[in-house]
Design a protein around this ligand. Structure first.
Ligand SMILES: Nc1ncnc2c1ncn2[C@@H]1O[C@H](COP(=O)(O)OP(=O)(O)OP(=O)(O)O)[C@@H](O)[C@H]1O
Ligand SMILES: [Mg+2]
Length: 436
């Protein structure tokens, strides 16, 4: 594209936006009281100038020329008036910080082939989440995936933390939902029992920019948690298990790390497995329960556990099986034949529960820090629909979320900060061990 062609495109874009700003100005005077008042003051001033033009311009002193001058002034005043009105509307239709935003985005390299950066056309509080500001841009032909790729640059350019970006009005505008960078996530959010969700079976994980982040196990039955060491997986896992206990579920925990993460208080309320034999025994029990429930649901014609409990008046509890660091458990390297066979059986049981658990109220919550795709078989992983990843490298993020967003969006020094499979970043509640 030649320089002249680019200049022409830039000029046309500017004209288009001038018109848009006049229209936006019109809309703004109707919706924003102080802008309406400004316009009213301007019109009143203009009317006053018109009425008092004879006195203001002292036409009498010009003697014989006064008729000519008078006619000229009669013509000029309306012209100035209309020009001023348009200028005022453009001003009222221009969001604060538009120029700075455009320059920032230009520096961040978010430009089209004509070298144009997106144009800010409006900035307003979000109606659904009061913490968020919505920045509306004319994308100038830059597709959404390019915005996503340059997300970090956009955040720096506008000094914001982005909650999400989406198309608006078909594909005419791009909306960036964000908070000011200095007010994004608190470093610490302590858990309080009042955060417990009243809904069955909704578990609360933490707070995102748009509000609490939750998962409903009745709809999304299994969870896969990932993150490098120290990212906060065990704390999050225990937060979820504590809530499950509160809601009356039976909790089973495979802890092969020597009891550091699950002190005695957990042993009183949950069924613990400390070695492979224990684990296989527990998984056998769980699959037996699954078979039993399958039979009962079939007999009564109920599609799931909630419907069955309601129809029969029974109170069959949900069962939650958790394994912290599942890769440690399933890793076969260096194992003998017998141990490998046992691991094979463990895997088979886990994949049965992952495949069929939902309807029968049996849930898996597995966590891993190992960026090793071979460890967690596809049959299990593919059924763990709710994915959460903390601080991670590209490989681990890819394994957990099927994308690299955890590596890109979770700061290296963050603890308890996670991102879900749908791209929602949140700060997990710090749950204090004392009382599960
Ligand atoms: N939600 C949180 N908010 C603040 N700090 C947290 C949070 N979660 C964890 N931490 C801090 O991070 C530390 C490590 O957390 P945790 O033991 O859960 O990490 P992990 O991912 O399980 O690590 P590993 O893989 O080594 O087991 C905790 O001791 C705590 O100090
Ligand atoms: Mg841990």
């Amino acid at each position: 594209m030649t320089r002249t062609e680019k200049d022409n495109i830039n000029k046309r874009t500017e004209n288009r936006h001038l018109l848009r700003r006049v229209k936006a100005g019109f809309a703004a005077v109707k919706t924003t009281p102080y802008k309406g008042l400004l316009l009213a003051l301007y019109l009143a001033g203009a009317a006053l100038v018109w009425l008092l033009r004879g006195h203001l311009f002292s036409l009498d002193t010009y003697g014989m020329f006064s008729p000519v001058l008078g006619a000229a002034i009669d013509l000029l005043i309306p012209l100035y008036g209309v020009g001023g009105l348009l200028a005022l509307l453009v001003l009222l239709g221009t969001p604060w910080g538009g120029r700075v935003a455009k320059e920032g985005l230009q520096k961040a390299g978010l430009t089209n082939h004509a070298g144009e950066a997106p144009v800010l056309i409006a900035k307003r509080p979000d109606a659904d989440s009061p913490r968020l500001t919505v920045w509306e841009f004319d994308p100038c032909g830059i597709p959404l995936n390019e915005w996503e790729d340059k997300r970090a640059g956009v955040e720096t350019a506008l000094n914001i933390t982005i909650a999400k970006m989406a198309w608006g009005e078909g594909r005419k505008i791009i909306r960036v939902y964000a908070v000011p960078a200095e007010r994004d996530f608190p470093a610490l959010l302590r858990w309080n029992d009042k955060y417990l969700s009243p809904d069955s079976f909704v578990l609360v994980l933490g707070e995102g920019l748009t509000g609490p982040v939750t998962v409903n196990l009745a709809h999304v039955p299994h969870i896969l948690l990932g993150g490098s060491t120290g990212s906060g997986k065990s704390v999050l896992l225990k937060l979820l298990l504590m809530q499950s206990l509160h809601k009356g579920a039976e909790v089973y925990i495979a802890d092969f790390k020597g009891g550091v993460d699950f002190p005695k208080v957990w042993h009183q309320k949950c069924r613990m497995c400390f070695n492979e034999d224990d684990l296989l025994y527990t998984l056998n029990q769980l699959t037996a329960v699954l078979e039993y429930r399958k039979g009962r649901l079939a007999e009564t014609g109920c599609p799931n556990l909630d419907a069955y409990n309601e129809a029969t008046g029974e109170k069959l509890p949900r069962l939650v099986f958790a394994c912290d660091e599942v890769a440690e458990v399933l890793d076969r390297t260096g194992k003998g034949k017998e141990a490998k066979e046992r691991l094979g059986q463990i895997e088979t049981k886990l994949s049965t529960l992952a495949r069929l658990g939902r309807a029968f109220g049996i849930h898996l919550i597995l966590s891993t820090q190992r960026p090793d795709a071979a460890i967690l078989p596809g049959q299990i992983k593919n059924n763990l629909d709710f994915r959460v990843c903390g601080r991670a490298d590209n490989v681990l993020s890819q394994i957990i979320l099927d994308n690299t967003s955890a590596a890109e969006q979770i700061p290296k020094d963050a603890r308890g900060r996670f991102i879900t499979g749908d791209g929602t970043v949140f700060q997990g509640y710090l749950f204090d061990e004392g009382q599960p």
